[in-house]
Design a protein around this ligand. Structure first.
Ligand SMILES: [Zn+2]
Length: 115
């Protein structure tokens, strides 16, 4: 991978990080609003609100996970091992990194791990 490629993926990762952090901020707000509305809303809409809260919490967890993956990827750029599969040390295809710059595994390891 060339220095230019690395720079490109680092930029992509930093953009993803900023984007996920922005969404995470909004979701954190949604995850904490049920308490406030409890007296004002009826039973059904309270259940709706709780459902919304559970969904917000689930997506907050997903976003925290994604942020971690992005941080790890940025760390791998610093360490000079970005683009290498964590499992087998082979190069991850650039086309695969293009789709998800935070991906940690080459396609064959990813398929093995999914099974
Ligand atoms: Zn691999």
């Amino acid at each position: 991978m060339t220095a230019l490629d690395l720079e490109y993926f680092e930029t992509r990762l930093l953009e993803m990080q900023a984007q996920v952090m922005g969404i995470a901020g909004l979701v954190a707000g949604a995850a904490g609003t049920v308490e406030l509305d409890q007296n004002r809303v009826g039973r059904l809409s309270r259940m709706d609100a709780m459902q919304g809260q559970a969904m917000a919490q689930a997506s907050a967890a997903r976003q925290a996970h994604q942020l971690k993956l992005i941080e790890f990827a940025l760390q791998r750029i610093d360490d000079g091992v970005y683009g290498l599969c964590l499992e087998c040390d082979n190069k991850i295809a650039v086309a695969r990194l293009e789709i998800d710059p935070a991906t940690e595994y080459c396609i064959s390891c990813a398929e093995k791990l999914e099974r």
